[in-house]
Design a binder for this molecule. Structure first.
Ligand code: ACO
Length: 429
């Protein structure tokens, strides 16, 4: 809806631009027609640019609000479960009991991977980073489902969504099993989504396996909290790849690649690496000083966020879960967790972090929680990718179901002007 007009005057010409209003959030100046004036806009890191319209997730970074389809994340994390949240993100509404039951059954129906998929793992070194394996295996799924790759067919898109959500825990757990040389464990469809994942991670064929329900609940919460986060770097990557008409498995694989970086999904792994590097409570002040030094590239991993300039609402919930897990397994006094809590305390009182609004983010607490559960650090981002798959798929599907255009950003070119090619013999060393 157009709420008012903005006027942009360049030389003696004035352009009238619509200011659109969404249901929540700031007004958005529609610059779609601007390129006709001979000008582009310059927006490093897309700080001020809305590249799409979406009804899925809303964030108010200043107030610390996160809504999935209008529902506050705190309510979903405490009252719902991951598969219900998946249904909500994909379909826009919470399911009825029958819809929920059918959805769980459909997801369970897609948990196994084709036997040939197992062969892909053998092609990787045992010490390969599991994210490297995941990018490859998820992209390779497109080679298995030729029958449902028509992106313009809503039924094909729906089946691809179920396949991706159903298979991600299996693929992720296989990455881990491969790295430690244990046999792959098949999915157990009578277990909940989170329980099944932990079963495939930790069970072996030689003994019975049961896990503390507090840990299952923590994993389910991590999945809920990471399920979607509107147009972040990996989701925008999925949309951009999707706008070319690429198949969903290729698009999700692109998203996994984007998530891998330490400024995004790799942050929880980076948190644990940082804690190990700090090593002892007595070194914290030295590292805080390094984080504040403008000439030092070191940053406190797990602190700060591009959008939240207030406490990340997911971090609040995750902090609670983190303490529940540490209590349940009696690890509160383990040196690395004591170090993490002391770092949190000191950073929250430090003027530099207060002034720059650098609060601990969800990755700070999810990293500590996953580590306490016994998940190896290189699996942290894999778990994030598993959880975010539903968000990527929901965003991709929303884009394809509506009118969209090929994503093609512009640039401010600062290279050479046109010049003539010089024969190699005529160039001086
Ligand atoms: N430690 C120390 N200083 C920091 C940190 C940090 N973690 N984060 C930001 N700052 C400082 C910057 O140096 C900068 O200082 P300046 O104004 O003096 O130049 C200022 O705070 C603003 O930082 P920017 O990088 O401009 O803010 P941006 O919004 O681009 O950064 C980011 C967000 C990338 C997440 C950043 O805070 C960071 O690198 N954090 C650590 C990595 C991390 O935890 N990432 C997880 C993000 S959450 C997620 O993906 C789920």
């Amino acid at each position: 809806m157009v709420i008012k007009k903005a006027r942009l005057t360049i030389d003696d010409k004035t352009l009238e631009l619509d200011i659109l209003s969404g249901s929540l959030g700031p007004g958005v100046i529609d610059i779609n027609s601007l390129f006709k004036s001979g000008y582009f806009t310059y927006d490093l890191g897309f700080n001020s640019t809305a590249a799409c319209e979406s009804k899925i997730t809303f964030i108010d970074g200043d107030k610390g609000v996160l809504l999935y389809r209008g529902y506050p994340i705190e309510q979903l994390a405490s009252q719902s479960n991951f598969l219900e949240v998946c249904y909500l993100l994909l379909n826009g509404e919470l399911p009825t009991p029958k819809q929920y039951q059918d959805f769980c059954k459909e997801i369970a129906h897609h948990t196994m991977v084709h036997e040939q998929i197992s062969n892909f793992y053998n092609g990787f070194r045992r010490d390969a980073h599991p994210m490297a394996i995941m990018v490859g295996v998820v992209g390779a799924l497109s080679a298995f489902y030729h029958d449902t790759l028509d992106i313009n067919n809503p039924e094909h898109r729906a089946i691809s969504a179920l396949r991706l959500i159903g298979k991600m825990p299996t693929i992720a757990a296989m990455c881990y099993k491969y790295s430690i040389g244990q046999p792959f464990m098949p999915p157990q469809n009578h277990l909940s989504y989170a329980d099944n994942f932990l079963h495939m991670m930790y069970a072996t064929p030689c003994e019975k396996f049961a896990i503390n329900p507090v840990l299952v609940r923590a994993i389910d919460r991590i999945f809920i909290l990471h399920a979607d986060h509107e147009q972040n770097a990996s989701t925008s990557t999925v949309r951009l790849a999707g706008s070319t008409g690429a198949n969903p498995f290729a698009c999700i694989s692109a998203g996994i690649g984007a998530l891998w970086g330490p400024a995004h999904g790799g942050a929880n792994e980076a948190v644990l690496n940082m804690l190990q590097e700090i090593g002892d409570i007595k070194h914290i002040n030295k590292y805080i000083a390094r984080a504040k030094d403008p000439n030092d590239t070191f940053r406190l991993m797990g602190f700060g966020h591009r959008v939240y300039k207030n406490y990340d609402p997911r971090a609040k919930v995750m902090r609670e879960t983190c303490h529940e897990v540490l209590d349940a397994i009696g690890l509160h006094d383990a040196p690395i967790f004591k170090l993490a809590m002391e770092l949190e305390r000191i950073a929250l009182q430090d003027d530099y972090f207060i002034e720059k609004k650098l609060y601990p983010n969800v990755d700070f607490y999810s990293g500590i929680t996953l580590s306490a559960i016994g998940i190896p650090t290189n699996m942290f981002t894999v778990i994030f990718a598993l959880a975010r798959t539903v968000g990527w798929v929901a965003q991709w599907n929303e884009m394809i179901s509506n009118p969209y255009r090929l994503g093609r950003p512009r640039q401010l070119y600062t290279g050479y002007k046109e010049r003539d090619y010089k024969d190699i013999q005529k160039r001086n060393d």
